[in-house]
Design a binder for this molecule. Structure first.
Ligand code: AMP
Length: 200
C-alpha cells in the first residue's frame, strides 16, 4: 500500500493517516512532522526550516525531497507508506516519481480530500483550542493569520498536483467535509479495493 494524501491544511490528512496506519500497518510519512522534529532538535535542516514554517510558507524542495528520500529507505517503509503533506509542489512530485522509479516501485493511489476552504479556518481554530485544552503546545502556524498564508501556498503551489496526478490516473477524490468516521469509511473502501487488486 503506497499512497499519497492530498488536500489543504486542515482537510483531515493527519487524522485519517492515523487510522490508515492502524488498519493497514504502513507508516505515515509526514514531512510536517519530520520538519517539526528537525526544528525541535535544532539540526541544520531544522534551523533552515524554522522561520519559513512559522510564516506559513513552503520549505525548499531540495530540503524536503532529501528528508523523504532518506525516510523512504528505512526498513518500516519497505512494504508501503502513506505520504502526508508530501509532495506539495509539482517539482516534489517529479522528484518522488524519479525516486520510486529508481527503486522499481509504484504508487497505488493519490487520495485527494476535497473540502470547502471557508470551513477550514474554523477547523484549524478548533484544533488549536482543543490542543490548548489538553495542555499541549499549540502549533505556531495554526494561528488564523499564518493559516491563511498556508492556504495561499496550497492554492498556488500544491493544488496543481491534482491535475498532475489526474494525468497519471492515480487520483481518487474523497469528500472531506463528511463527518470524520464517514470519511474514514470512504477511504477504507477505496484502499481495500487496492489491497484486493494487489493480492489477486
Ligand atoms: P504540515 O504539518 O503538513 O501542515 O506542514 C507544516 C509546515 O511544514 C508547512 O506549512 C511547510 O512550512 C512545511 N512543510 C511540510 N511539508 C512540506 C513540503 N512537502 N514542502 C514544503 N514545505 C513543507
Amino acid at each position: 500500500m503506497r499512497i499519497i494524501l492530498l488536500g489543504p491544511p486542515g482537510a483531515g490528512k493527519g487524522t485519517q493517516s492515523e487510522r490508515i496506519v492502524e488498519r493497514y500497518r504502513v507508516p505515515q510519512l509526514s514531512t510536517g512532522d519530520m520538519l517539526r522534529a528537525a526544528v525541535a532538535a535544532e539540526t541544520p535542516v531544522g534551523l533552515e526550516a524554522k522561520a519559513i514554517m512559522e510564516s506559513g510558507g513552503l520549505v525548499s524542495d531540495a530540503i524536503v525531497v532529501g528528508i523523504v528520500a532518506d525516510r523512504i529507505e528505512e526498513a518500516d517503509a519497505k512494504n508501503g507508506f502513506i505520504l502526508d503533506g508530501f509532495p506539495r509542489t509539482v517539482e516534489q512530485a517529479k522528484a518522488l516519481d524519479a525516486m520510486l522509479a529508481e527503486k522499481g516501485i509504484a504508487l497505488d493511489a493519490v487520495v485527494e480530500f476535497v473540502v470547502d476552504e471557508a470551513a477550514l479556518v474554523g477547523r484549524i481554530a478548533k484544533r488549536a483550542e482543543e490542543t490548548a485544552a489538553r495542555g499541549q503546545p499549540v502549533r505556531k502556524d495554526d494561528t488564523p493569520e499564518v493559516f491563511k498564508t498556508r492556504l495561499d501556498a496550497y492554492r498556488k503551489q500544491t493544488a496543481p498536483l491534482s491535475d498532475y496526478y489526474a494525468g497519471t490516473r492515480l487520483l481518487r477524490k474523497i469528500d472531506g467535509m463528511k463527518p470524520i468516521d464517514e470519511v474514514t469509511g470512504d477511504v477504507t473502501t477505496l484502499l481495500d479495493s487496492f489491497r484486493e487488486t494487489a493480492s489477486s
